[in-house]
Design a binder for this molecule. Structure first.
Ligand SMILES: *Cc1c(COP(=O)(O)O)cnc(C)c1O
Length: 360
């Protein structure tokens, strides 16, 4: 039935077109474009009613299972408008495939990858005037799947919505790249091996808010999570993956089941290897990071994710001691990889890995 899934189109009327927000005050995730994509799934029909339509509200039953048992998964990717006026998506198939990995773990239906990509491109093209053109500004895309069957009882739902919404976002670093201060928590944990830390499901983020709030209150931007069992090994920073440059080797925690396999993480690894930098994916004890900071072999740290691409870390606080990295400044490698990725994403640089897909 997937093969026959036609994508319907209902465009907004001229009067319904929303007023676009000012480019210099976009913020993140606040303004949504004119259209959205929605398709529905149930056990009898599989995916059906695939349609691009004006951005609208859902009417859901209060018993919809997502509200109670949290079967909800999402993705995040970006569309870029290049200097040449072309529109680019960065590794969109990887996002759809990762969503399918999330769906599998959460007992939700698999997405038809080619169809979703087609819908995604059509939606981006239709709302192309929403893609900001200022340096570093992009269109953020949020594919989401939720359980909508109205029924109580813990089991896999029999009805789902898959939808895509989009919002223009400003440059993450309007005043230039600035390193963050990170609080290493050994009080809270994010995920355990065997749990759902390696998939993008809503509950992971709900569970992380308290740690983030306490870190903010203490003057830190984000939390660095340690492994849940020993509270000894580094996992992630907030909702980003983490890298350290130690003795000129780039090290990042291996994907052992509790870490989200970031697409930016993978891109950094591939680019660094192409440049001849040694990259190691292995367990990293926080004690090793602290020791490397003290003896000077830790020269850079940065986190990676779609929203910020690269976020340099200027300070870590662990067990009441502060460790300043690279005198609190952005490292050379962090800057170089940020520039390169941004240039590839916006079509300004050769794309040796075939990461970008043109829209239109
Ligand atoms: C989304 C996410 C990342 C980063 O993944 P990207 O594909 O690089 O955006 C890292 N960690 C967590 C927990 C995430 O949710």
């Amino acid at each position: 039935m997937w093969e026959n899934l036609e994508i319907g189109l209902e465009k907004v009327s001229q009067e319904q077109l929303k007023e676009k927000p000012a480019q210099d005050s976009l913020g993140f995730g606040l303004h949504f474009t004119d259209h959205m994509f929605l398709m529905k799934w149930d056990r009898q029909s599989g995916w059906h009613d695939a349609k691009i339509s004006p951005y609208h509200k859902f009417k859901l039953d209060p018993a919809a299972m997502v509200f109670h048992y949290g079967q909800a998964i999402f993705e995040g990717l970006k569309a870029y408008k290049g200097k040449d006026g072309q529109i680019y998506l960065f590794r969109p198939e990887d996002n759809i495939e990762r969503m399918n990995a999330s769906a599998l773990r959460m007992c939700m239906p698999r997405l038809p990858v080619a169809k979703v990509l087609k819908a995604l491109k059509a939606l981006v093209y239709l709302d192309r005037d929403w893609i900001p053109t200022a340096e570093g500004a992009t269109l953020y895309i949020r594919p989401t799947m939720i359980a909508v069957e109205p029924a109580l009882g813990v089991r896999a739902a029999g009805q789902y919505y898959f939808y895509i919404i989009m919002c223009p976002v400003g440059a993450y670093y309007p005043e230039g790249f600035s390193p963050t201060k990170i609080y290493v928590t050994d009080k809270y944990v994010r995920a355990v091996i065997g749990g759902v830390g390696d998939v993008k499901t809503g509950g992971n983020y709900a569970a992380s808010i308290m740690a983030a709030e306490e870190a903010h209150q203490a003057g830190y931007t984000q939390v660095l999570w340690l492994d849940a069992c020993k509270r000894k090994f580094v996992e992630e920073v907030g909702t980003s993956n983490i890298f350290f440059m130690i003795n000129d080797e780039l090290v990042t925690p291996s994907l052992d089941g509790s870490i989200l396999p970031g697409i930016t993480r993978d891109s950094v690894i591939q680019l660094a290897r192409k440049w001849g930098v040694k990259v190691l994916e292995r367990p990293i004890a926080i004690d090793e990071v602290v020791a490397a900071s003290i003896d000077g072999s830790l020269t850079e740290a940065f986190s990676t994710g779609t929203a910020a691409v690269i976020s340099p870390v200027g300070e870590l606080c662990y067990q009441d001691t502060k460790y300043v990295i690279n005198r609190g400044r952005t490292g050379e490698f962090s800057q170089r990889i940020f520039n390169e990725l941004q240039a590839i994403q916006s079509g300004q640089q050769e794309d040796p890995f075939k990461w970008i897909t043109r829209v239109g």
